[in-house]
Design a binder for this molecule. Sequence first.
Ligand code: FES
Length: 102
Amino acid sequence: MAWKTMARVADMPTGTVKACRIENIPVALYNLDGEFFATHDICTHAHACLSDGYFEDGKIECPLHQGVFDVRTGKAVSGPVDVDLQTFAVRVEGDEVLVDVE
Ligand code: FES
């Protein structure tokens, strides 16, 4: 376990997604109705940052070809994507959102 602080809860309202980086790993952090999730930030289809995409109802739509992933599981759910995203464990401690990148 290698927990790293990625954001403050107060800086991430419900429905927001934030691009983070832990060493060389790009991570997208999501606030879904007060629950936080984290996935790899690069689409599995081509090189696009999912944190620039459209986040709604627990799903992120890739800004490049509109592939859709479930941010809770990383599962590729529609569009040209057929490879799931890597996900990371998230926990909240006080006002800090921590992600485990191992
Ligand atoms: Fe994401 Fe093509 S790069 S769907």
